[in-house]
Write a protein that binds this ligand. Structure first.
Ligand code: FAD
Ligand code: DLZ
Ligand code: SF4
Length: 508
């Protein structure tokens, strides 16, 4: 009898476990563009177009390889609107009662699939370097789950950048050589753009029609939508930008959206690029003398370390992770995150490029949009939904630990040992944003004072009980306590007034 093989929109890998388990002679692959997946958050139109176009092309690839594929387009009149309803419909049509599934990257969908009347066989998603069991074994009995130690295990396991049993060059981590402020005139070659073909154009029309009102600019659309293109984009990054990746990893420049970043998370997360292959290619650049160790180690750490680690945390911590609110933050997400006017240049740049590209790099996400939401005390569930919606690479397994944990400290410190908060000083050091801002970064209080400067102390003050005893934050509290009482009072009063104006809908 026929069985169904489900392939989800972010499972576009020929060696997917469910496909390996299936039999192309008798089983039926099910793929479906559905309203539920396209609508659980208001995804950026570029993200939806990327997924649908890549799904359509992958279905053709499978057919070429001899699979039978039942593909449902979003506008098919029969479309049941959700993954479970599409599975049921196809099961009835094909007379199947069993479905092979590669475990989805989100609890919501795992649970939905468990509750269909079909016999559902889950197979682990082994497109990752570390399995769920391996991560649980590593985490077992540890007090703190720090990424750095996990990363060293992964280096040993894969042999990446190892010199026998020692790390290449003698150190595990070269961040002390990285993260330089951007010099004048820094720029990077454009990331590789792909002209939409007929399949992509058709999807763009559909997305424009159905999701044109979502936050985000659909056209020009230039993403890779198939494996070969994604590989070419990645090779171009290795050649042109990897050597400087480490140096300018944290730099932010007006009008420069990508700098020396790879812009490959969107392709890796869909399954178009293999993370271990990407790491091995980067290592080759170092071994053959084309890229320095600090850059290559830093780059590999993001994938072999961070990416694998956050996935491990998401599944280890369980279903309630996205609802955590360790700091009790309740403020609504300000409209400026959806493109409403703001006088804060750093935020208008980060949000503006997010609207245009469905992309912002790590420091823009962590130290601009994330930092501001945390300082202002925004409800982490709203922050989480925003990040899940607006970035082309956002799926819950990777987005939630980064947002709820790393950025908003709402998991109570599972991921981060202290909250990532900073005053305007950090943003000024790492970017050219402040030069074009209505606020004055050096001003701590009074007319034109940078809101990050005010809110920074407001955050520390309102969470004193929680953080004063944290040795990594003691210095911040000492600085605050050394201010004279009047100044402290002024800072807190002005921060409160700023938040009030923002809540009232004034342009801030
Ligand atoms: P590069 O800077 O060139 O890094 C190379 C690769 O390393 C990336 O492609 C990515 O796969 C991996 N990587 C780097 N940092 C991380 C990280 N912290 N966690 C996981 N992988 C990492 N990344 C996502 O893939 N999806 C998300 O939804 C997502 N949400 C985020 C939300 C917040 C609040 C923060 C602070 C970070 C988030 N990240 C997310 C991590 C990171 O910002 C992106 O992976 C990165 O910006 C992608 O761009 P790039 O490919 O140019 O990465
Ligand atoms: C994100 C997404 C979107 C927008 N649309 C679809 C879709 O129509 N069909 C599909 O199979 N998958 C889609 N996805 C990806 C899923 O939401 C993703 O598989 C889960 O969130 C698990 O990571
Ligand atoms: Fe952002 Fe403050 Fe700099 Fe303006 S002055 S860009 S608000 S950090």
């Amino acid at each position: 009898v026929t069985r169904l093989v489900l392939v989800l929109g972010d499972q576009l890998t020929p060696t997917l476990s469910a496909l390996r388990e299936g039999d192309r002679g008798r089983d039926l692959v099910v793929m479906a563009e559905v309203a539920d997946e396209a609508g659980y958050v208001p995804h950026h139109p570029k993200k939806i177009a990327l997924i649908f176009a890549a799904m359509r092309k992958f279905a053709d690839e499978l057919r070429d390889e001899g699979w039978q594929v039942a593909y449902t387009r979003l506008d098919d009149p029969e479309n049941g609107g959700s993954i479970p309803s599409e599975l049921l419909r196809r099961a009835e049509e094909a007379g199947a009662s069993e479905v092979l599934v590669t475990t989805p990257g989100e609890w919501r969908l795992i649970d939905a699939l468990k509750h269909t009347p079909l016999k559902t066989r889950f197979h682990a998603d082994d497109r990752f370097i570390c399995s769920g069991q391996e991560f649980r074994d590593w985490a077992e009995g540890r007090k703190a789950l720090r990424m750095e130690y996990f990363y060293r295990e992964m280096r040993r396991k894969t042999g990446l950048l190892m010199d026998g049993d020692k790390p290449e060059g003698g150190e595990w981590n070269y961040d002390s050589e990285n993260r330089k402020p951007p010099p004048e005139g820094i720029e990077r070659q454009r990331v590789m753009h792909f002209t939409p073909d007929e399949t992509v154009e058709e999807v763009l029309d559909l997305v424009e029609d159905r999701f044109g009102d979502n936050f985000g600019t659909l056209r020009p659309f230039w993403f890779a939508t198939e494996r070969g293109q994604a590989r070419r984009a990645c090779s171009q990054f290795m050649r042109e930008a990897l050597p400087k990746f480490g140096d300018y990893q944290d730099a932010m420049m007006r009008g420069e959206h990508f700098l020396y970043h790879a812009v490959i998370s969107l392709y890796m997360n869909l399954g178009l690029l293999d993370p271990l292959e990407v790491c091995r290619d980067a290592e080759t650049e170092y071994r053959e003398g084309r890229a320095p160790l600090n850059a290559v180690e830093g780059f590999i750490r993001q994938i072999l370390g961070w990416r694998e680690y956050v996935r491990g945390i998401y599944f280890l911590e369980g279903r309630d992770y996205t609802a955590r609110n360790g700091l009790g933050h309740k403020r609504a997400l300000p409209p400026l995150y959806w493109g409403a006017e703001t006088r804060m240049r750093c935020l208008s740049e980060a949000v503006g490029q997010t609207r245009d590209e469905a992309y912002a790099h790590h420091i823009q996400r962590l130290m601009v949009t994330g930092n501001f939401a945390l300082l202002a005390g925004v409800d982490p569930a709203e922050v989480h939904e925003w990040y899940l919606a607006v970035y082309a690479d956002a799926y819950e397994w990777v987005e939630a630990p980064n947002t709820v944990g790393m950025s908003q400290f709402a998991d109570g410190g599972v991921i981060a040992s202290k909250p990532y908060v900073s005053s305007g000083n950090y943003i000024n050091k790492m970017s050219d944003y402040c030069k074009g801002c209505d606020y004055v970064v050096s001003r701590k209080t009074g007319e034109g004072a940078c809101p990050f400067n005010l809110l920074y102390w407001h955050f520390l003050d309102r969470h004193r009980d929680r953080f004063e005893g944290n040795p990594r934050m003691a210095q911040m509290y000492r600085t605050f306590d050394r201010m004279d009482a009047d100044r402290r009072e002024t800072v807190l009063k002005e921060a409160g007034a700023f938040l009030k104006r923002m809540d009232a809908g004034e342009v801030v």
